[in-house]
Design a binder for this molecule. Structure first.
Ligand code: SF4
Length: 200
């Protein structure tokens, strides 16, 4: 039989459809009775959110069941991304949770960092510190740097009240209120180098 490439695809498509249909008709009742599939997204509470990674600001839908995040996907109603997420945005779910590849159970991501890691200048070792220590250390260093670098006037005698030895770097995970407070703090300290992670 002479058969063209297009004809071959048509024929195999029809054969496949017929096979699937006959399987489906023959087994659908049995499958429905024997496979009690539990949909991951049944009985979930959905909350719209914004991706934490960059300033594109894609919208996502978080699905929560029994107080635990069980799924995260792009929001089809969001005007920016219309349901799509880039690979980074798609991986937001794993910032907190992963599905165990062995058991399929939802577990906390074992690689998530939850403690302060400090590597002293010149050292190759990370030390574990507590949060109070970290906050005090940051405050001490900011004050020392500002005290040592603060200028009230520039080379022409113009009042500037600034430090050029400190920079502030914001991130897409910050919300409006956090950005407002950070800007207030930066300006009050006289910091002029204020940037956003997504522009770097
Ligand atoms: S990281 Fe990707 S998903 Fe997230 S806001 Fe940026 S482009 Fe969108």
């Amino acid at each position: 039989m002479n058969i063209t490439r297009r004809g071959f695809f048509k024929l195999s498509g029809a054969a496949f459809a017929a096979g699937v249909l006959s399987d489906f008709v023959g087994q659908s009742t049995a499958l429905a009775a024997e496979t009690p599939l539990e949909w991951r997204l049944s009985d979930v509470m959905e909350t719209p959110s914004i991706c934490c990674y960059c300033s594109v600001g894609c919208g996502s839908i978080l699905s929560v069941k029994d107080g635990e995040l069980v799924n995260l996907e792009g929001d089809p109603d969001h005007p920016i991304n219309r349901g799509s997420l880039c690979s980074k945005g798609s991986a937001q779910f794993n910032v907190r949770n992963v599905y165990d590849p062995e058991s399929g159970d939802l577990i906390l991501n074992p690689y998530r960092q939850t403690t302060v890691k400090y590597r002293a200048a010149g050292s190759s070792e990370w030390e574990e510190k507590d949060w109070d220590w970290a906050i005090m250390e940051i405050a001490k260093r900011v004050k020392k740097t500002r005290d040592e670098s603060f200028e009230t006037t520039d080379a022409n005698g113009v009042t500037v009240n600034r430090t050029e030895a400190i920079g502030f770097l914001g991130g897409a995970a910050l919300d409006d209120e956090e950005c407002y407070v950070i800007q207030k703090l930066a300006r009050a300290l006289g910091v002029t180098f204020i940037e956003h992670q997504a522009r770097i």
